[in-house]
Ligand binder design. Sequence first.
Ligand code: NAD
Length: 249
Amino acid sequence: MNMLADKVALVTGAGSGIGLAVALAYAKAGAKVIVSDINEQAGQEAVQQIRGAGGQADFFKADSSLASDNEALVQFAVDTFGKLDIACNNAGIGGEAALTGDYSLDGWKKVIDINFNGVFYGCKYQLEAMEKNGGGVIVNMASIHGAVAAPLSSAYTAAKHAVVGLTKNIGAEYGQKNIRCNAVGPGYIDTPLLAHLDEEHVQTLISKHPIGRLGKAEEVAELVLFLSSDKSSFMTGGYYLVDGGYTAV
Ligand SMILES: NC(=O)c1ccc[n+]([C@@H]2O[C@H](COP(=O)([O-])OP(=O)(O)OC[C@H]3O[C@@H](n4cnc5c(N)ncnc54)[C@H](O)[C@@H]3O)[C@@H](O)[C@H]2O)c1
């Protein structure tokens, strides 16, 4: 099924977890994919995986928290494959765990810089390239914590709520320019982001999902793929949960 035939897509944080699953899904759907990550080795491995499966991909090292890296990433996509049709702004971190009053200033800044400012920087340069190309699609990776609190992670909650707000604004501003922008809100997904948690913590998280397990990166990628394709042609400015029922309770 070539849902994304002839499309050029970029994915940030594509060396691991959800971003990797999205990059693989895009490539399988026929897109040429720019894999981007701050971790060069992981990103190169993702490219090899895509090429090994017969897909087209290239790697660009970028730190999402830097505006200049986001600008260079978009330029690389255009230079490499001629245009930019699709972008998934996925790179993110969990950040420090502390009560809001105890949250360190550096810890706060780091999470906001990567999880929120990075998404804005990405969108800013992607929108420019997409306008030149006559249209495009952006999918921003939020979280259930774009809707509900993550106790002890107020920077994460604030950043993800901000991503949802930014996404709504872009949806409102760019519909007439043939650019759609949506956000995705995964529940807890079994990726290296959760690797530091002990078994008891994981069980507590599982118990908050009515489906009774953590999600899989591929289950998030399915939604991202749908939102990136023409199958979602009347959807923009939205925020879509893929959360095993977490926010229903
Ligand atoms: N895993 C979950 O439970 C979960 C739930 C909801 C939302 N999310 C969101 O999904 C996204 C991906 O998370 P994941 O679980 O796949 O994490 P992950 O740790 O498996 O992968 C994140 C990737 O982002 C890269 N990265 C980190 N900082 C970066 C930076 N400054 N610039 C560029 N790349 C950077 C890492 O190198 C890594 O390859 C994040 O935005 C996260 O907040 C995750």
